[in-house]
Design a protein around this ligand. Structure first.
Ligand SMILES: [Zn+2]
Length: 67
């Protein structure tokens, strides 16, 4: 087991959070249980590149499988 890093606590850190890769065309974000928590929303990922949540700024991107 590894020690947990300090919890993220500020919007200033959001750009340090890796983009969350999502299977499928839609991400679901509720900001988690911390200070970024917000009503659950769906984020359309049809466009290429990462999309930011309008509430908490977390970024999501559709997984593109390479065959
Ligand atoms: Zn969010």
């Amino acid at each position: 087991m590894q020690l947990q890093p300090n919890p993220l606590s500020a919007m200033a850190l959001i750009n340090d959070v890796p983009v969350t890769m999502v299977e499928g065309r839609r991400a679901v974000c509720d900001g988690g249980d911390g200070p970024l928590g917000h009503p659950k929303i769906y984020i359309n990922l049809d466009l290429p590149g990462p999309r930011s949540c309008g509430y908490c700024g977390l970024r999501f991107e559709q997984v593109h499988h390479h065959h």
